[in-house]
Design a protein around this ligand. Structure first.
Ligand SMILES: [Zn+2]
Length: 92
């Protein structure tokens, strides 16, 4: 496990990252979550779903589809080049 000096948490109700200011989940947080769940997409989606539900009520300017895409759409779709090679398959 890595050592995270700052937690990239969402500020609300605007759902921006409190550390880097990107839309949450920001790229850093995504990388951390993927590492945390060892690439287990189902667990990752399960973790993010409650955030999605709250965000969907607070991010009125976004459609439900946009919120779903932003919060869990990326889970099964690693960025180009992968997650930096830090994801290891792990038995839970
Ligand atoms: Zn961040």
């Amino acid at each position: 496990m890595g050592d995270y000096p700052a937690l990239h948490a969402p500020s609300r109700p605007d759902w921006a990252c409190t550390v880097c200011g990107d839309e949450w989940p920001c790229p850093t947080r995504k990388r951390q979550l993927v590492e945390l769940f060892g690439g287990n997409v189902r667990a990752l989606v399960g973790y993010l779903r409650p955030y999605l539900v709250v965000a969907n009520t607070e991010l009125g300017r976004l459609s439900t589809r946009q919120v779903v895409e932003r919060f869990i759409g990326w889970c099964a779709r690693p960025p180009r080049g992968g997650w930096g090679g830090r994801v290891r398959k792990r038995q839970v």
